[in-house]
Design a protein around this ligand. Structure first.
Ligand code: TXA
Ligand code: MG
Length: 318
């Protein structure tokens, strides 16, 4: 099918109240018509996601903000101008008509304009808002390719639009603008510093995140193989003693004579590391490693989102 045809077809499926998985620049989303409660319910069933976890609504223009949100602060428009289309989700006070299935019974709604051309073409053709969480089963790693969506959801999704590898590779930054002080609920590749530079006021990072942000549950975005974060020195001495298959993800070459150890050289910069991380974790999950050992990443601001996801995927002693 040509792209225009498949977009037409996908919009039709959405109008019929069915699910369409589509690429965004962050990760693939599992979309439903945000104005049809019956369609929204299907998202929760397909993902096996608890019903009280709110969904992000994707829109194609800033003009649509006022359909979904009320009392929109000027800051929101400044940020939209600077970062949309792009990997930033704004939490605003919801309009009165918005379904509780979208908001998880809260008074707020998450909104964003994604930057992927396929997502934008779909949103424009469809015309309305598309509610879409990441297209993975609840708690698992978000998919960054159409193939990964197939692996996660298979028959549970009616159509998967192909859009190649996601450029960003990690989920959007979530910024809560529903209170007086802007707060980042989920770090992403748009940093607090970048946001503060636009709005000229300080941005807080949620310490203990709101319980409703499922990405803030302690264990989330996790591979099935036990994953352990380690300092480089600790890692180097650990791998010498190992007698079972492990993969180590390092940012600088590491040589070992131990045949049980497979060294994966990750990118040294945050942007490329984020782009590759979920794809690599997913691939490694398919092979029979007992453990995935990940070298800790720098503490600088450009790595915050990556550190956040690595910590959530990190194995916790039960
Ligand atoms: O990059 C992304 O944001 C991707 C793509 C598909 O847009 N979407 C995504 O959706 O990551 P999801 O549902 O997997 O994660 C969205 C997070 C959830 O943890 C949800 O709880 C939180 O956003 N969220 C949504 N609406 C919210 C609200 N009104 N208040 C607080 N958190 C909200
Ligand atoms: Mg998700």
């Amino acid at each position: 099918m040509l792209l225009a045809e498949s977009i037409n077809y996908a919009a039709k499926i959405l109008r019929a109240g069915e699910l369409v998985a589509f690429p965004t620049e962050t990760v693939y989303g599992l979309g439903a018509d945000a104005s049809q409660p019956e369609a929204l319910k299907k998202i929760f069933i397909a993902k096996q996601r608890p019903m009280d976890h709110p969904l992000i609504v994707h829109i194609s223009t800033v003009l649509q903000l006022s359909i979904w949100a009320r009392e929109i602060p000027p800051l929101a428009f400044q940020l939209a101008e600077a970062f949309w289309p792009g990997p930033l989700t704004l939490i605003l006070k919801k309009s009165l008509a918005v379904s509780d299935l979208i908001t998880g019974h809260q008074d707020t709604i998450g909104l964003r304009i994604p930057a992927h051309p396929v997502a934008l073409a779909l949103l424009k053709n469809f015309g309305g808002g598309i509610a879409a969480p990441s297209a993975n089963r609840f708690g698992r790693i978000s998919p960054t390719s159409a193939e990964a969506v197939r692996e996660e959801l298979g028959e549970a999704v009616d159509l998967i639009l192909e859009g190649g590898d996601c450029e960003v590779g990690l989920e959007s930054t979530i910024l809560d603008l529903s209170n007086d002080v802007p707060v980042i609920l989920r770090p992403g590749m748009i940093t607090a510093q970048q946001i503060a530079a636009v709005i000229k006021i300080p941005v807080l990072l949620a310490q203990k995140n709101a319980p409703r942000v499922s990405g803030s549950l302690e264990s989330h975005y996790a591979p099935q193989t036990k994953m352990i974060l380690m300092e480089r020195e600790e890692l180097i001495s650990y791998v010498e003693k190992i007698n079972f298959p492990v993969a180590v993800l390092v940012r600088k070459p590491l040589s070992t004579k131990n045949k049980s150890v497979q060294v994966i050289l990750m990118p040294e910069d945050a942007k490329n590391y984020a782009h590759d991380l979920y794809r690599i974790l997913r691939e490694l999950d398919h092979r029979s490693f007992n453990e995935l050992l990940v070298e800790r990443v720098p503490l600088t601001s450009d790595w915050i989102a990556i550190t956040d996801r690595l910590k959530r995927a990190n194995f916790k002693v039960p």
